[in-house]
Design a protein around this ligand. Structure first.
Ligand code: TXA
Ligand code: MG
Length: 323
């Protein structure tokens, strides 16, 4: 699946005109607006149904643009950029004075990421020649819902309300970027992702523990990244629960033993990279298949599964454990 130069040029035109574009990144699809146009950024909040205080990540082509968006660029930020950009990694820094309140949700900080997806990199490059070269983009889903990892998911969320979705096929990573907050006294992990805590600590040393109340990251809301079907973690990976005749969905790594019931199985593979890549599409397929509940295999508690376990626990928030 590739995006033509003509499609890229059209996307740049739309962004410049203050319209929104569905954009592939290596993590999930984003809902992009020119980060310097207030009306365009406001459209994102309206379309998503997202509360205004929830800040957006600004996507840049190049680490050199950091100085335009952050008040100061600490050495730690440059070290992290060197290690993880372009890639599935976001940092929070004190904002430059020129950054729109609409982008930061009124917070004194701004989230910045240089994505690695070639289509988005191409777009940002062309957009930077004639315009800001920066797009504000949350995940392209309605507020609280699971993020899109296929162009079709974006269309399913927004229908015709969105002028254009650049279709570059399935996202490679499948869960949202790792977020580190560098705006406080000590760096803090706000959202785990494919780039693990260990990898970050190997670059900049220990991160501080726990959430800092002054920088709430709404992606860390307990219930989030969810579909409209009750979702549970099932403790036993090898035998399914008793379905009592119901039609249920299962997401796991391997084929489990089925007791009874009409199970719709989504087997995602053993490696965390494969599992993450397929997870959101599996949740959406099970939702579309009208199962009564979804059970997700309990996953290992090792660092490489941390980002995935985090998203599953949020998809399950509000529901009791299955056993
Ligand atoms: O992988 C990703 O990060 C995707 C792709 C499209 O880049 N984007 C994404 O954006 O997941 P969103 O808006 O769905 O989630 C970003 C999270 C939100 O929870 C937001 O509150 C938090 O990042 N965030 C953004 N700016 C922040 C800031 N200045 N301070 C604290 N949290 C921030
Ligand atoms: Mg999101």
């Amino acid at each position: 699946m590739s995006v033509s130069d003509a499609q890229l040029a059209r996307a740049v035109e739309l962004l410049a005109a203050g319209q929104l574009v569905g954009l592939p990144t290596e993590t999930v699809y984003g809902l992009a607006a020119d980060a310097t146009q207030e009306m365009a950024v406001r459209k994102i909040f309206t379309l998503k149904g997202r509360p205004a205080g929830h800040p957006l990540i600004v996507h840049l082509h190049d680490v050199a643009q950091l100085a335009d968006w952050a008040q100061t660029v600490p050495t730690l930020a440059l070290e992290l950029a060197e290690a993880f950009w372009p890639g599935p990694f976001t940092m929070i820094l004190p904002r430059a004075a020129s950054v729109l309140d609409a982008v930061t949700g009124g917070h004194p900080t701004v989230g910045l990421r240089v994505p690695g997806h070639p289509v988005t990199r191409g777009l940002l490059e062309v957009f930077g020649r004639s315009h800001s070269g920066a797009v504000a983009a949350p995940s392209a889903n309605r507020f609280g819902r699971v993020s899109p990892t296929r162009a079709a998911h974006v269309r399913a969320e927004f229908g015709d309300a969105l002028g254009m979705v650049l279709d570059a096929g399935p996202c490679e990573v499948g869960i949202e970027s790792t977020i580190v907050d560098l705006s406080g006294d000590r760096p803090q992990l706000l959202r785990p992702g494919q780039i693990s805590l260990e990898q970050i600590e190997a670059v900049i040393g220990p991160l501080s523990e726990g959430q800092d109340a002054k920088t709430p990251a709404p992606g860390t809301l307990k219930s989030h990244y969810a579909v409209e079907v009750p979702t549970y973690v099932h403790q036993n990976a090898s035998v399914l629960p008793d379905a009592q005749g119901r039609r249920l969905g299962w997401i796991g790594r391997k084929m489990p033993a089925i007791r009874e019931g009409a199970w719709v199985l989504e087997l995602l593979g053993d490696a965390p990279e494969e599992f993450a890549k397929g997870l959101y599409a599996a949740l959406r397929r099970l939702e579309a298949a009208s199962v009564e509940a979804i059970y997700v295999e309990r996953l290992p508690e090792t660092p490489d599964w941390q980002g995935i376990a985090d998203r599953i626990s949020r998809a399950c928030a509000g529901y009791r454990s299955s056993d």
